[in-house]
Design a protein around this ligand. Structure first.
Ligand SMILES: C[S@@+](CC[C@H](N)C(=O)[O-])C[C@H]1O[C@@H](n2cnc3c(N)ncnc32)[C@H](O)[C@@H]1O
Length: 283
């Protein structure tokens, strides 16, 4: 079925695509997102020279399905982000979280920070410049910021580390000059910033291939798109993936609910400290 604006998504096709998105990413596509989904996918259908959504659903289930499902997620994810978004988290990172960790890192202790839904990179680069202000010699120690996202296009963009002057405008001028240099398209992160960062594609609902634990996790403005069961499972996994005393930052409209709440103590607005795990009782 098609109209002048392009192919039309039937109820059954919408339900099928919504079920695939939910299975792959935990994201709930409510009926209210239907026209947004069509607006985004019609472009993809044109790119693939597919005339209707029946053919697109077949592709999602055919041999090219796994690859197409990644494109589908890229098309439907909301990637809105900004440097120093919810700035109080970065104030707290600079003033409370990093100062006690700096001497430990200098003494050889591994330090890991994770931006778990890093979009186009503004969040992990904000973490990196905050970290380098607190620990200027970070690159000489075992210190890394991991930036991951489910959307391969976003991971590629954040790996590039290039930003327009407008995107960079929330960064104070002195910090922007210190950590970014002009490039053909605007500004790019200097090598000393990139040196302490790693980028990878990662589905928060899939396997996490980490060998060690995190001191700091930012997972902001992402769990809000997940259903309650997926969100609460995610909070628990963060609790398991963090060191005792580690800090978790979540988005302004999110709350740490479900069984994981017992693992954390609130230490600020949408900021939580991982409790120490009680020692097993002696028998
Ligand atoms: C609104 S952006 C938030 C970016 C940043 N954390 C911030 O607060 O500015 C949400 C990001 O979550 C990513 N995302 C959605 N579902 C995901 C999943 N299951 N695993 C990993 N990332 C996911 C999207 O690709 C998108 O880049």
């Amino acid at each position: 079925m098609a109209t002048a604006t392009g192919p039309v998504l039937t109820d059954a096709q919408f339900r099928k695509i919504a079920a695939i998105v939910h299975e792959d990413s935990g994201i709930i596509l409510s009926e209210s997102k239907r026209s947004l989904l069509m607006a985004r996918l019609n472009r993809r259908l044109r790119g693939l020279s597919l005339g209707d959504y029946g053919a697109y659903c077949d592709r999602l289930e055919g041999p090219d399905g796994p690859q197409e499902r990644r494109h589908l997620l890229s098309a439907i994810t909301t990637n809105v982000t900004a440097f120093f978004r919810e700035g109080h988290h970065f104030d707290s990172l600079a003033r409370e979280v990093l100062p006690p960790l700096a001497p430990l890192a200098r003494a050889g202790r591994r330090l890991r920070l994770w931006s778990a839904a890093s979009s186009s990179g503004e969040e992990p680069y904000s973490m990196a410049v905050t970290l380098l202000d607190a620990i200027p010699d970070a690159a000489r120690h075992d210190v890394l910021i991991l930036a991951t996202d489910i959307d391969p296009e976003m991971v590629a963009r954040s790996r590039q580390g290039r930003f327009s002057a407008e995107a960079l405008s929330p960064v104070p001028a002195a910090q922007a000059r210190k950590y970014f240099q002009p490039c053909a398209t605007g500004f790019e992160a200097r090598p000393e910033v990139r040196q302490i960062m790693r980028f990878d594609e990662l589905n928060l609902h899939g396997d996490w291939p980490f060998s060690g634990k995190f001191d700091v996790i930012f997972c902001r403005n992402t769990a809000i798109y997940f259903d309650a069961a997926a969100r609460q499972r995610l909070w628990l996994r963060f609790g398991q993936a963090m060191v005792e005393g580690g800090t978790l930052f979540i988005g302004h409209s999110e709350r740490l609910d479900g069984p994981a709440a017992a693992l954390f103590q609130p230490t600020g607005t949408t900021q939580y400290r991982r409790n120490a795990t009680p020692a097993p009782a002696r028998t």
